[in-house]
Design a protein around this ligand. Sequence first.
Ligand SMILES: [Zn+2]
Length: 198
Amino acid sequence: MTTDQDAAMMRRCLALASSARARGEVPYAAVIGRNGRMVCESINRANADRDVTQHAELVAISQAQKALGTSSLDDCTLYTLVEPCPMCAYAMREVRIGRVVYGLGSPVMGGHSRWNILGDDGLSSRMPEVFATPPDIVAGFFTHEAAAVMQAWNPLFWTFVELRDLIRADVLHGTKRGRKRSLAAASLRWMVDRLWRR
Ligand SMILES: [Zn+2]
């Protein structure tokens, strides 16, 4: 289920991605919200910084951790135009992001539909003191708008992407089962955060 606040956050994400061209970046962006309020936002910085790790999602996660003063983003939602890559998906699991909302699917490079890192419950079952159960995932949100941003950024790029089926509107639908809450696991994580992660 999505709300008006989800729509507002995703619209902000689309606007940010649209602004990327003027900054010499690819049209990716991420917004992190908590209790309906925006915590932080970022476009990709990989080109500007010449640093492949500076995907919009990772930059936003880093900003959110600093802004909230915590290593754990349990009660946050991350919004992004395209299914996160495996690198970003893993970081989301490590910060225990509570919910992920994305638009287009990424069948070749995705951290949900190709390699199901976002939805993998092996992490939380084997290491419940570090990983929470998989986040709630909403996929296929604002797909037409996200595709329009990509196409406007570079029509030739978008033709290439469509021909090779790299990004698509037909997405793997997300888990809406609700994060499982275990008091014992939450207590363990609380201790680990204080002793180790801070
Ligand atoms: Zn990424």
